[in-house]
Design a protein. Structure first.
Length: 87
């Protein structure tokens, strides 16, 4: 398994404060050796079933991947519900 795949597996189980999702995804990628060229930003075009979409681009990976996360009832905690590659 490639390092990026291991990072994605860890992102799939991420729960964190709603406002920290982008930075936590970037931190996980850095933990797996992706030091430069990480861009994580909100992309409403990927919103699905009350989940908010985030586009994650990693330099040299070719295709971005998408993170979908739902905020909890009190809008404090975000839980990742899906991660998939955008081909």
């Amino acid at each position: 398994m490639h390092k990026i795949d291991e990072a994605i597996d860890r992102i799939k189980i991420l729960e964190c404060p709603t406002g920290e999702l982008e930075s936590r995804v970037a931190e996980i990628l850095k933990d797996y050796g992706v030091r430069d060229g990480v861009s994580v930003y909100r992309d409403e075009s990927f919103d699905n079933n009350e989940a908010q979409g985030y586009r994650v681009e990693v330099a040299g990976e070719g295709h971005p991947f998408i993170v979908l996360a739902k905020s909890g009832y009190d809008d404090y905690v975000a839980k990742v519900t899906d991660v998939y590659s955008r081909l």
